[in-house]
Design a protein around this ligand. Sequence first.
Ligand SMILES: *Cc1c(COP(=O)(O)O)cnc(C)c1O
Length: 506
Amino acid sequence: MRSMRENDSEEKLIFERSRPGRIGYSLPPCDVPATPKENLIPAYMLRKEGLAFPEVYEVDVIRHYTALSRRNFGVDNGFYPLGSCTMKYNPKVNEDVARYPGFAKIHPYQPEESVQGALELMYTLQQDLAGITGMDAITLQPAAGAHGEWTGLMMIRAYHESRGEQRTKVIVPDSSHGTNPASASVAGFQAVTIPSTAKGMVDLDALRAAVGEDTAALMLTNPNTLGLFEEHIVEIADIVHQAGGLLYYDGANSNAILGITRPGDMGFDVVHLNLHKTMSTPHGGGGPGAGPVGVKQRLIPFLPEPLVVKNDQGHYAIIGSRTENHGSEGTGSPVSTHSIGRVKAFYGNFGILVRAYAYIRSFGSDGLRQVSEDAVLNANYMMKRLAPHYNMPYPEQRCKHEFVMSGSSLVPYGVRTLDVAKRLLDFGYHPPTIYFPLNVEECIMIEPTETESKETLDSFVDVMIAIAKEAKATPELLHNAPYTTPVTRLDETGAARKPVLNCTCG
Ligand SMILES: *Cc1c(COP(=O)(O)O)cnc(C)c1O
């Protein structure tokens, strides 16, 4: 059994290390006359009391944050099999390339002539992503998957409005990612949920009944959130198109389709990709991300600007304003009057785009296809090995890059999926996604990705099997797991509702 270091829960809060008067820097004496702050800042803007910052030495800061960082779990220190949120290893060459001074030290206001390389990179990435998705044009601006969804839906809205049509509803299957109905609602649509069949597919009769003159779009991912390929995708596309709606592809996790099939060929009109899932850029805990959006021809006029284009002389240029206020216009073609406008400052998160570009270029098209083939192989291998020990809700189907299983066979022993997930922590694994999608009870959703070896997959499966056996023999053991982590079983609702953020200062 692998176990984490025990009992390292004594790490104090930084405020508890604080002692009055301790400082963490030493600066030379000021060589210009000091001016009292009262002379510089109007009295009403001056703070009445000092800030309640901890007072510590430099080494206290370093030890404190280093100790906390060692409690982090990431894909660089262990297997991270989250379903619906591809957590694959990010090759370090992507990081190196993003740090080249020519990429890292340029400024978005620089003249086009001085950043031709960066523009070429963005242009080529647009082309590559269009090729991968089967779309006609790409915007790199959106900063995340959900942001891409919203951007795509705003274009769909602008498209229908430009034709004088009032379409208010966006249809989503019940297995869809939570961001789909949320984005639809933020974009001003009403989300309509349709059920899945017992085989985990879109219910075609329910879809036929749901579409109509008010249908703006259907949002779908394929393979769907159960890891299954929609067998009737062509028919689904026909039903929606015949009703005058558009098809939106949630391509957040495209790990199953690279080089094998394309949303554009399946009949989709809009797609977003999560570069932090499929293209191995950092997930970054809310930091900079990218969710580029691809569209078919008829939606091109509605794309956000700026866009990077290449002119006949092989010169790269910018279409549209680079910023809202500063009016640093590009030299490309005129701005589209239908554009939904900018959705992010400048070009989006350029450093992330560099990493995705490096990833795509280092694999090439054959390599990307291999990525998906290996991802699908790994998922099926694990599903087969786990099938005798957990319920498989869709046993007759082969999965794609991920699969769902159910802990329902352990419920008679008093053990729930949450207990299994908590117990995994004792073995040094980050648990998979649980209780999602919502249409499978006691759901456990696993995506191994292509970057794991057979040994890693086998070790994880062995642990999952051992836990299923524990659940039957000693269910009480699982109820209080984990035992080896800095904190054990938490009251998660209490932690969310009544967080204690800082107990000693002030
Ligand atoms: C992760 C994910 C999203 C949302 O992406 P963010 O970058 O987290 O906003 C949307 N759809 C699916 C299927 C996802 O897995």
